[in-house]
Design a protein around this ligand. Structure first.
Ligand code: APR
Length: 280
């Protein structure tokens, strides 16, 4: 049988093989995909971890089902559960993790082509990754607007409302619609920035996927756009999204903060990474 699998690009399908690939200068256009798992050590729960995940701990909000808290049709009827949660999740009280600093380090070394994040905590920005490198696929708390007339809502008034657990309403006289942070709710379209930049995945020479269950589409389909013979590295507590099925897939299963420390050490970057994180 003629096996037309492309020859393996990595010297070995493990952390050492990935580090060698990077040190040999073969990774100049790295695309990274991140999820809530990279912010858990900052104190922000992820969504689906069985005991600590957000969805397992929303009983107090009396939701029909956990994801309703981020569902646009449910929000229209009852915005209170979201605003209760927003009070707890709102950026400003959390600092970036060393996993976020690893992303900043890749950028500093001129290796980060694009970062696609599902997170709404803005910690990638706070870690110093430039905004034009980040695709916030599920939006963020950075801006807010009326869900009916789309009029932007003042940030200081939103911060006040969230602090006081109040539900803000549109300031337009003839509207008074509900105001929501520009987070992508279930039932809403992702920002065009996501679709406009998806082609970059086919230009990547290394793909790193960190801290995500790859369970929400269309974000979860991104790894399929990576070139067939391009290494895809999963740094995650569990194997997800069919990563591991390709010749050059590498599974670094475990805590992401440990995983980035080990990878940085293998690349000779650990001191630089620790110093970067301390100053964040
Ligand atoms: N180190 C490594 N992996 C971790 C860690 C950690 N410290 N903590 C959690 N994980 C892993 C979990 O095992 C899981 O596979 O990160 C993943 C987190 O998955 P989710 O909780 O589903 O978070 P995420 O993938 O970002 O969710 C996607 O779902 O509700 C929507 O819009 C929301 O953006 C979110 C989307």
């Amino acid at each position: 049988v003629d096996d037309n699998t492309p020859p393996q690009k990595l010297s070995s399908r493990n952390l050492e093989g990935v580090a060698k690939y990077i040190k040999d200068g073969k990774a100049r256009k790295i695309v990274v995909m991140t999820g809530a798992g990279i912010s858990t050590s900052a104190g922000i729960p992820d969504f689906r971890s069985s005991d600590t995940g957000l969805y397992a701990n929303l009983a107090r909000l009396n939701l029909p089902y956990a994801e309703a808290v981020f569902d646009i049709s449910y929000f229209r009827n009852n915005p209170h559960p979201f605003y209760t949660l927003a009070h707890e999740l709102y950026p400003g009280r959390y600092r970036p993790t060393i996993s976020h600093s690893f992303l900043k380090l890749l950028h500093q070394k001129g290796l980060l082509l694009k970062l696609f994040t599902q997170n709404i905590d803005c910690l990638e920005r706070e870690a110093g990754v430039p905004e034009d490198i980040i695709v916030e696929a599920h939006g963020s708390f950075a801006k807010q607007s009326c869900i009916d007339c789309k009029t932007p809502y003042p940030h200081d008034l939103m911060q006040k409302a969230i602090h006081e657990k109040q539900v803000p309403h549109c300031q337009q006289e003839n509207c008074k619609g509900l105001v929501k942070p520009d987070i992508v709710f279930f039932g809403e379209a992702l920002p065009s920035d996501f679709f406009d930049n998806r082609y970059l995945l086919s230009q990547a020479d290394l793909c790193i996927i960190m801290g995500t269950s790859l369970s929400v589409h269309p974000f979860a389909s991104l790894p399929q756009f990576v070139g067939e013979s391009v290494p895809r590295v999963l740094i995650n507590l569990e194997q997800v999204g069919g990563i591991g099925s390709r010749t050059d897939d590498v599974l670094l299963l475990g805590d992401c903060d440990e995983g980035v420390r080990k990878l940085a050490k293998a690349c000779g970057w650990l001191e630089e990474l620790e110093a970067l994180w301390v100053t964040t």
